[in-house]
Ligand binder design. Sequence first.
Ligand SMILES: [Zn+2]
Length: 86
Amino acid sequence: MGSEYEIVIQDGKRRPVHDVIMEGILGRPLKENEVVHHLNGEKRDNREENIQVMDRAKHIRMADGFPIKIQAVSGHVLFPLLTAVV
Ligand SMILES: [Zn+2]
């Protein structure tokens, strides 16, 4: 389906790899309202040029945020942990 992404264990918690990478780029933790968006829709493509911090509400409005849209759009899921591959 293309919506899976990799998980890392950080401080004992399971976290999406792209969140950890983005925090490294930003030099700070992600805020509650921030999500990491993959520009090309490929969630395993964590190159710096493919990932972008986005406001959570704005991300939803982009219509790639909900599982119900998976087939229609690009394989994005808003609640990725539900479909994450360990
Ligand atoms: Zn997105």
